[in-house]
Design a protein around this ligand. Structure first.
Ligand SMILES: Nc1ncnc2c1ncn2[C@@H]1O[C@H](COP(=O)(O)OP(=O)(O)OP(=O)(O)O)[C@@H](O)[C@H]1O
Length: 349
């Protein structure tokens, strides 16, 4: 069953089209990442789903119930949504336990003991059992975000909305917390939407990624398909490093300065003028050989687990500056000549 359906939602602020005809659908128990650059409309979309923003057009259905559209606009507090905002999430004057209990209604949890029990369950869920008496300022940034998640999950929401919840954390903590949050949401079968401008976060956490640009949803795909088959060059660059080359397409092959290359499914088969896209890790270094693609190392950018090696291909292969991704265990010296093989298919636009 679809937990969330968004149909042609638009929102204008004056003459800014913050959202333009956005449509999305999300399965129960899955996570959607909304990915896009600053100002593309991510937060407006999240706030429209939550009911904090009223769209100008469209329809939003949660759990089979229209919460917006067709003369309906259900108030945020009746949409059964858990919201984890970016900053300033906890009430500073309330203990961790009281922060978590804040969203628990007296009707659903009429006894004090029931509330305390639910708070204890939530603390356990986010790995903070026994810390309910602490005040927010006595917690690390990561712990504060875990409490914010516990508070959002406590009332058993239909949908959990996470608005860049890791952006204020340092890199190491961010990676660890991403995995924890994903595991926690999986454990309770939550359906969630994560807003982020970090492609690594979107690809590593979500089942489905929606890429937004200037208020529009330009592609919705699972992480592997999105990375391998981006809808256009801009999406290709947004979700990773890309090398683009001019080519002609003929009978399902791209002909470029590196020779003939197989085309990914769904690309045009014939064209006298196309741009192809290759990912840096599709280049595999090999021993230099006659008539085989190769070039001279310009520089290496080392990332530890892997490295990007900048190479200028040989003149007979177009003297192109490209980047290839190699294991961090190998080192390449500027001036060194390396042979290159290209693996997999290329996208053409
Ligand atoms: N309340 C508002 N009044 C006027 N313009 C707004 C308002 N809220 C958002 N906008 C505009 O709508 C567009 C989309 O904004 P939004 O905050 O949704 O983008 P975003 O993708 O979440 O950006 P960021 O990643 O920087 O948070 C932007 O041009 C923004 O300036």
């Amino acid at each position: 069953m679809k937990k969330l359906i968004i149909q042609n939602v638009s929102k204008q602020f004056g003459d800014v089209n913050a959202l333009h005809n956005v449509s999305l659908a999300l399965d129960e128990g899955s996570m959607l990442a909304v990915l896009g650059p600053s100002g593309c409309g991510k937060t407006t979309l999240l706030r429209s789903i939550a009911g904090f923003e009223t769209p100008n057009a469209g329809r939003i259905i949660i759990n089979g119930q229209t919460v917006f559209g067709e003369q309906t606009n259900i108030k945020p507090e009746h949409r059964k949504i858990g919201y984890v905002p970016q900053h300033g999430v906890l009430f500073p004057h309330l203990s961790v336990a009281r922060n978590i209990a804040f969203g628990l209604s007296d009707s659903a949890y009429s006894h004090k003991e029931q509330k305390a029990q639910r708070v204890a369950e939530m603390l356990q869920l986010v790995g903070m059992a026994g810390l309910g008496k602490r005040m927010p300022h006595e917690l690390s940034g990561g712990q504060q975000q875990r409490v914010a998640l516990a508070r959002a999950l406590a009332p058993s929401p239909s949908l959990v909305l996470l608005d860049e919840p890791f952006s204020a954390l340092d890199a190491g903590l961010r990676t660890a917390l991403r995995e924890e949050v994903k595991a926690t949401l999986n454990q309770i079968g939550a359906t969630a939407i994560l807003v982020t401008h970090d492609q690594e976060e979107a690809l590593s956490m979500a089942d489905l990624v929606a890429v937004m640009r200037q208020g529009q949803c330009v592609q919705v795909a699972d992480p592997v398909s999105l990375y391998k088959y981006p809808a256009d060059i801009h999406v290709a660059y947004f979700v990773g490093e890309a090398i683009t080359l001019e080519a002609t397409l003929d009978h399902g092959r791209a002909h470029c300065c590196f020779g003939p290359l197989p085309l990914a499914p769904g690309c045009a088969i014939d064209s006298s003028s196309a741009t192809i896209m290759i990912r840096p890790e599709q280049f595999v270094p090999s021993a230099p050989a006659e008539q085989q693609l190769g070039g001279q190392v310009l520089k290496t950018i080392y990332y530890g687990h892997n490295a990007l090696v900048h190479i200028k291909t040989d003149a007979k292969f177009g003297a192109q500056e490209i980047q290839i991704r190699v294991s961090g265990a190998h080192s390449y010296t500027p001036g060194e000549y390396v042979g290159l093989k290209i693996t997999g298919e290329v996208m053409a636009y």
